[in-house]
Design a protein around this ligand. Structure first.
Ligand SMILES: Cc1cc2nc3c(=O)[nH]c(=O)nc-3n(C[C@H](O)[C@H](O)[C@H](O)COP(=O)(O)OP(=O)(O)OC[C@H]3O[C@@H](n4cnc5c(N)ncnc54)[C@H](O)[C@@H]3O)c2cc1C
Length: 442
């Protein structure tokens, strides 16, 4: 192994936000870093589709200026503030709302004064009291909030209607999760990040932004790693086409399932960390992308369904609605299935998924009616990790098991922290710190 005080060679497997954050942090420490990504572009669940009219983000859409670790990672990239006005659709009426900011919901026309009063005396004080710990990098003292589901808390403290309006749409659409299977601590962390923050995106798409952040990192795209080995001389990764990379240490920045498949053969299926990786609960998510025959005027970004009215679609988004000025993605509409629809349609072909979702998409965005030139489905079958009640303790336990692993290997991925971009970035920086400690001991 090379001398940690000079420069080591590190492999990072996975080019999502967590892998790029790990690679950039290791590069900044002076190491030579090779990043292996199975897709043709960086981004993972935040990857962009490169179209002739411009890039369209297919997974993660927006980040908040309150994502401090992400802001540092992307300091050299060009980000644009968005309007990101959303509407909540009930009985065919569009009620303006800005999701992510619980405070903004106090102005929302879809909740009665009684519900708003209770919101102001229950959720908002909780948010204020715990603001310092509702973060992807510091969760001290949140045990009580983590032990209860977001839905049951809001139902009890406010009302069932408030749970349908405040809890379900953002969790269903962007995190593939139901309110009852999501920790109140995670829901409040979303509120904390969304409060008093500017929402940001890139007109060039996240894949481009991540390539900028990975400056100085050797990128190997279309490298689907099959197997890793740890030898006394270091680490080896091989891809499906039998290409091989050797290094002093490896960061595995994939899903928990892929990390499980890599580590199982090395440390054994009964190893506590391998069993913990198998215990991470994920749900596949998809994004349906419709290209319309004509561009449409987009004055809003998110169009969220009332879950008491919609069973197949939880939200649509009009990418062009992020910006004030005209946008090249003006003919694009994105749609996300409900968690129920994902479970029901899991093994169905693309055409059936689109056909099943189309009637509700047309109700949410009537301009799509009879105007779709092309439909595609971007599948994130590796899944989004659910932040179930108790997830903070579960994640801390897993990180402890990883710390005890005596191999030149570190794990990164939002399943180790919180399932959002900031959580992925924090996990990548942690992995880089672990590699630095391992190299210092060697
Ligand atoms: C539809 C959707 C909307 C979302 N919206 C938001 C949002 O608006 N804001 C927000 O903050 N978060 C959002 N999220 C969550 C956010 O996208 C994720 O938290 C974050 O992108 C996860 O990054 P990651 O690096 O941990 O994992 P991933 O992005 O999954 O990265 C893992 C990478 O590893 C690669 N890989 C896997 N196996 C191999 C292998 N064998 N060899 C080589 N490479 C491999 C994958 O291709 C992938 O690039 C959204 C997620 C989804 C699905």
């Amino acid at each position: 192994m090379s001398d940690a005080r000079t420069s080591a060679h590190i492999l990072v497997i996975g080019g999502g936000f967590s892998g790029v954050a790990a690679a950039a942090a290791l590069r900044a420490r002076g190491h030579v870093v090779t990043l292996l990504e199975r897709h043709a572009v960086l981004g993972g669940r935040a990857r962009s589709d490169a179209r002739s009219e411009g890039a369209v983000d297919t997974g993660a859409q927006l980040i908040a200026s309150s994502f401090t670790h992400t802001m540092r990672l992307l300091a050299a990239a060009r980000l644009d503030a968005t309007n990101a006005r959303d509407v909540f659709v009930r009985d065919g009426k569009r009620l303006p709302i800005r999701f992510g900011s619980i405070a903004s919901m106090l102005r929302f026309g879809g909740l009665g004064p009684g519900d708003k009063l209770k919101l102001g005396t229950t959720l908002l004080p909780l948010l204020a009291r715990h603001a310092g710990s509702l973060r992807a990098d510091d969760n001290d003292g949140l045990e009580a909030l983590d032990g209860v589901s977001a839905r049951s808390f809001v139902e009890r403290a406010i009302s069932e209607r408030a749970a349908n309006v405040l809890v379900e749409p953002p969790l269903n659409a962007f995190y593939g999760a139901r309110g009852r299977e999501t920790s109140l601590a995670f829901f409040l962390a979303l509120g904390r990040y969304g409060s008093d923050a500017t929402l940001l995106a890139s007109r060039d798409g996240w894949s481009h932004v991540l390539a900028t952040a990975a400056d100085g990192v050797r990128l190997e795209l279309n490298a689907h790693v099959d197997v890793i080995q740890i030898t006394p001389a270091g680490a080896v990764a091989r891809d499906r086409t039998h290409r091989e990379w050797r290094a002093d240490a490896i960061v595995i920045a994939t899903s928990a399932a892929v990390a499980h498949a890599f580590l199982g053969p090395i440390v054994g299926e009964t190893h506590a960390l391998v069993r913990w990786l198998a215990s991470v609960v994920t749900r596949p998510t998809w994004t349906v992308m419709l290209t319309l025959e004509q561009p449409l005027r987009a004055e809003t970004f998110g169009v969220l369904a009332d879950p008491s009215e919609a069973t197949m679609v939880s939200a649509c988004a009009l990418p062009a609605g992020r910006w004030t000025a005209e946008d090249r993605s003006a003919g694009i509409v994105l749609a996300w299935p409900t968690p129920d629809a994902v479970e029901r349609l899991a093994n169905h072909p693309v055409a059936e998924i689109v056909a099943a979702m189309m009637p509700e998409i047309e109700r949410l965005v009537p301009e799509t009616r009879g105007a779709v030139a092309r439909a595609r489905v971007f599948r994130f079958d590796e899944g989004t990790p659910l932040a179930e009640p108790g997830f903070l303790a579960h994640r801390a336990f897993g990180r402890g098991l990883e710390e005890a692993l005596e191999l030149p290997v570190a794990l990164a991925g939002d399943y180790l922290t919180m399932p959002l971009v900031e959580g992925a970035v924090v996990s990548g920086e942690r992995a880089a710190g672990r590699i630095a400690r391992i190299l210092a001991r060697a």
